[in-house]
Design a protein around this ligand. Structure first.
Ligand code: SAH
Ligand code: SF4
Length: 357
C-alpha cells in the first residue's frame, strides 16, 4: 500500500525519496508543488522529470478527503462535511473575521471525553484521525476555495476546535502541526495555530515536545464540583492537578494561555463564579474567552441572556483581566462543535437536498 504524501515533513520526505534514488532538491520541488502551488496532478510538475514523477506516484498517495457537503451561513461562516477514505465523516468550519480566515479542524471522529454540554461528546470516540486526514481538511478546503472563490480570502489560521480532543490524539496532531509549519509547505506561523484541550494532564505535561503553538484550555468553571458536572475528565484531573500541569507549559514571554469559559445559564455565570475565576487565574498570564453556550436540539443547558454575558465580561475586566466574548458564528447552519455532522446526517436520511442554503 502506498503511504500518504500528507504524512511527511520535508525532511522525512527527503529521506523517503532518497531510497528511491530521487534527489533532495526534487523532494523540495514536489513539496512546493503540492503545498505552495496547490498542484496535485504530477503531469503539471514541469520541473520534475517523467522518470521521477513515475517513481513518486508509484510510491506515494496524493489523495485528500472529499467534501461531501458544504454550507454558507449568512455571516460568511462556511461549513464542510469531509469524508475520509473509510467513509467516516468529520466537520471542518471556515470562520471569517477581520483579516483572518480561520479553519476549525477536527482531530478525531467523535470524542471520548464526554462533556455533558457537547454534541460530539454524546457520540463517543469512533477513532483518531491520521496526520494526512488532519492536513487533508486544510488541503481540501483550500482547493475548494481556490475553485469556488478564487478572488476570496485564503485560509490564514487554524484552531483545533472541531470534533475531538487533540491531545488524546497527541502524536498524529503533533506531526500534522509540524507539517502545517513547514517553511516550504503551508508555512503557517506558530502564532496562527491554536490547540484547545479539555485538560488531559499527562499530554499537557508533554507540550514541551510539541511545536510552540497557542494553547487554549477549556476551563468552563473554577469550581471543581461544577467542572466535574460539565466535564467528567475533571474527576480524573481536577483543577489543582490541571494547573500544576499548566505551569509546566513553556511559554514564549509574549504569549499567554487562553482560558475558554462556556457560559451556561444559572450554572457557572453567578457572582460567586466571577470570584472563583478571578482567584484561580493569574491576570498577566491569562486571557479569558467567554463562549455563550450554543444551544442545539435536545441540549440540556440554556444560553444566558446577552446582558448576563456582558455583565460577566465586565466583572472580569473590572478585576483586571483581558476578556473577550466569542461571537456565535454560523448559527443558522449549526456551526458549533459536532452539531453540523449530526444534523446533516439526520437530514440526509430523508432528503439529500433538503438543507438548502
Ligand atoms: N476537545 C477540545 C477542542 C474541541 S471543542 C476542547 O474541549 O477544548 C472546542 C471548544 O468548543 C471547547 O472549548 C468546547 O468546550 C466548546 N464547546 C463544545 N460544545 C459547545 C457548545 N454547545 N456551545 C459552545 N461551546 C461549545
Ligand atoms: Fe470532546 Fe471537547 Fe466536546 Fe469535551 S468539548 S466532548 S473534549 S470535543
Amino acid at each position: 500500500m502506498k503511504n500518504s504524501f500528507f504524512t511527511y515533513t520535508l525532511s522525512s520526505f527527503e529521506t523517503a525519496v532518497k531510497d528511491l534514488g530521487v534527489a533532495k532538491f526534487t523532494a523540495k520541488q514536489i513539496y512546493q508543488w503540492i503545498y505552495q502551488k496547490h498542484e496535485r496532478n504530477p503531469e503539471a510538475w514541469t520541473n520534475i522529470s517523467k522518470k521521477n514523477r513515475d517513481l513518486i506516484t508509484e510510491h506515494f498517495d496524493f489523495s485528500i478527503p472529499q467534501i461531501v457537503w458544504n454550507g454558507l451561513s449568512k455571516d460568511g461562516t462556511r461549513k464542510f462535511l469531509v469524508k475520509m477514505q473509510d467513509g467516516n465523516t468529520v466537520e471542518t468550519v471556515a470562520i471569517a473575521a477581520k483579516e483572518r480566515l480561520t479553519l476549525c479542524i477536527s482531530s478525531q471522529v467523535g470524542c471520548a471525553i464526554g462533556c455533558t454540554f457537547c454534541h460530539t461528546g454524546t457520540q463517543g470516540l469512533k477513532r483518531h484521525l491520521k496526520p494526512n486526514e488532519i492536513i487533508g481538511q486544510f488541503y481540501t478546503v483550500t482547493e475548494f476555495l481556490n475553485t469556488n472563490d478564487p478572488e476570496g480570502q485564503k485560509l490564514t489560521n487554524i484552531v483545533y476546535m472541531g470534533q475531538g480532543e487533540p491531545l488524546h490524539n497527541y502524536e498524529n496532531v503533533k506531526l500534522a502541526t509540524e507539517i502545517f509549519l513547514e517553511p516550504h509547505g503551508f508555512a503557517l506561523s506558530q502564532r496562527k495555530i491554536t490547540l484547545s484541550t479539555s485538560g488531559l494532564v499527562p499530554q499537557i505535561e508533554k507540550l514541551g515536545e510539541f511545536p510552540p503553538v497557542n494553547i487554549a484550555i477549556s476551563l468552563h468553571s473554577a469550581k471543581n464540583n461544577v467542572r466535574t458536572e460539565l466535564m467528567p475528565i475533571n474527576k480524573v484531573y481536577d483543577l489543582e492537578r490541571l494547573f500544576q500541569a499548566i505551569r509546566t507549559i513553556p511559554l514564549k514571554s509574549h504569549r499567554r494561555i487562553t482560558y475558554e469559559y462556556l457560559l451556561i445559564d444559572g450554572l457557572n455565570d453567578t457572582p460567586e463564579d466571577v470570584i472563583a475565576l478571578s482567584q484561580l487565574l493569574k491576570r498577566k498570564e491569562s486571557k479569558i474567552n467567554l463562549i455563550p453556550f450554543n444551544e442545539y436540539p435536545g441540549s440540556n443547558y440554556k444560553r444566558p441572556s446577552n446582558e448576563k454575558v456582558l455583565w460577566f465580561m465586565d466583572q472580569l475586566i473590572q478585576r483586571g483581566f483581558t476578556c473577550t466574548i466569542r461571537a456565535t458564528k454560523g448559527h443558522d447552519i449549526l456551526a458549533a462543535c459536532g452539531q453540523l455532522k449530526t444534523q446533516v446526517e439526520k437530514v440526509n436520511l430523508w432528503n439529500e437536498t433538503s438543507l438548502s442554503l
